[in-house]
Design a binder for this molecule. Structure first.
Ligand code: SDX
Length: 393
């Protein structure tokens, strides 16, 4: 049987599904959501509209957008008892661990939307997850810093409301900053979907068995956590902190090029983009806007980031291998400037990617040709042999 299957480690040349959601041309640096270029969406749309687009396939009319927006706002609260889940974690728990646990636990709260064969239940589950993810993410943050949870406010936009739930403190006025809220919204748009990446493939594989959508999204969060994937924004910032000062950069660039050294420049390179990551372009501009509005250009970590970017873009090794700073390099710097601790970076990625996971999961469930995911293997183990009694071994 061994010779019957194609060996494709890392699935570099295997399409696992047909999809109409996101198109990437890695050589040209193109990324389209349902046909719309990512830069146009980042500049002119907003995250809620992009959610509608990804889920339903077309941009909404004014009425459709209003209804969808209201529906998402209406679902933003968490059941009061849900707070017990957060309080069960150690204070120093990684917020991604909290996300995996609590999002999976939604399955235990919303029994009415776990039937994957019921289209209405699937829709409600989708709305619930998009709506509740900021509330869950903000609670993970508040729990870590030891501050009281802040409830969602349905009169605020998605991104502004999320920032308020993270940074407002009871009994103190909270002024939302329009530039930061816009930047947050853009970060969400840029991370919303990216076709069959590791976490999305995980969601599809989990969902292919008929598992409930909350459990599938929890699986996606687990996969996203790794430093080669969504954990790269956190890893990139940790790396910048480790480098520490501009004069140490050449040493780290040398390490990254050394094949016998496992060190890699985090936030550089991409499986599909071998030209540039179109999201990184937008993210870089947003990053600079945020640094300017906050007046933090002199922050040492950020200076290391800017200098590393300059050096790596000129170094022949990185140029020849077409290794560019990816979206997570710039999003990490932006989020740090906005006041998020590094442990929260991947949580924000998960928050934004939830709609992509949901759109891809729904597409799979509605696709009559999809079957349970069940890869085969090239067996390289022992040939048949007879059991040997313990006394004879
Ligand atoms: C995301 O898939 C998606 O779409 C993911 C994502 C999404 O939106 O869902 O875009 C989000 O995950 C972004 C990627 C974030 N990861 C990082 O920033 C971590 C650092 N990057 C690398 O680990 C790596 O570049 C990957 C994982 C992103 C891509 O890995 P590949 O496609 O398997 O490429 P590779 O590891 O085979 O690298 C090719 C060559 C190798 O050298 P050679 O063996 O050919 O000589 O480039 C070298 C690598 O050693 N290389 C690097 C490098 N990345 C690749 N060398 C130094 N520093 C690096 N960062």
């Amino acid at each position: 049987e061994t010779g019957m299957f194609t060996y494709d480690p890392g699935f570099t040349s295997t399409a696992s599904c047909e999809s109409q959601i996101t198109y990437i041309d890695g050589d040209k640096g193109t990324l389209l959501y349902r046909g719309y270029p990512i830069d146009q969406l980042a500049d002119h749309s907003n995250f809620i509209e992009v959610c509608y687009l990804l889920m339903k396939g077309n941009l909404p009319s004014k009425d459709e957008l209003e209804t969808f927006d209201w529906t998402i706002r209406r679902h933003s609260m968490l059941h009061d008892q849900f707070d017990q889940f957060f309080r069960g974690f150690r204070r120093d728990a990684h917020p991604m661990a909290i996300m995996v646990g609590t999002v999976g636990a939604l399955s235990a709260f919303y029994h009415d939307s776990t039937d994957v064969n019921d289209p209405a239940a699937r829709t409600i589950a989708s709305h619930r997850m998009i709506a509740k993810m900021p509330t869950i993410a903000a609670r993970a943050f508040k729990y870590a810093v030891g501050q009281p949870f802040i409830s969602p406010r349905n009169d605020m936009d998605y991104a502004a409301n999320f920032l308020r739930m993270c940074f407002a403190v009871p009994a103190e006025d909270y002024e939302s900053n329009a530039v930061l809220a816009k930047a947050m919204d853009k970060i969400f748009i840029l991370h919303a979907d990216h076709e069959q990446n590791a976490s999305t493939s995980t969601v599809r594989l989990a969902g292919s068995s008929g598992a409930n959508p909350f459990a599938c999204i929890a699986a996606g969060i687990a996969s996203l956590w790794g430093p080669a994937h969504g954990g790269a924004n956190e890893a990139a910032l940790n790396m910048l902190n480790e480098i520490g000062s501009v004069d140490k950069i050449p040493e780290y660039v040398r390490k990254a090029k050394d094949k016998s050294d496992p060190f890699r420049l985090m936030g550089f390179g991409h499986r599909v983009y071998k030209n540039y990551d179109p999201r990184a372009k937008v993210m870089r501009d947003t990053c600079h806007e945020v640094l300017d509005v906050l007046g933090v250009r002199n922050d040492p970590t950020l200076q290391v980031a800017m200098e590393l970017e300059r050096i790596a873009l000129e170094d022949p090794y990185f140029v020849e291998k077409k290794l560019y700073p990816n979206i997570d390099f710039y999003s990490g710097i932006t989020l740090k400037a906005m006041g998020f601790p590094t442990e929260m970076f991947t949580v924000l990625f998960a928050l934004a990617r939830t709609v992509g996971w949901i759109a891809q999961w729904s597409e799979m469930i509605e696709d009559p040709t999809q079957k349970i995911g069940r890869p085969r293997q090239l067996f390289t183990g022992a040939t048949p042999r007879d059991y040997l009694d313990l006394s004879k071994r």
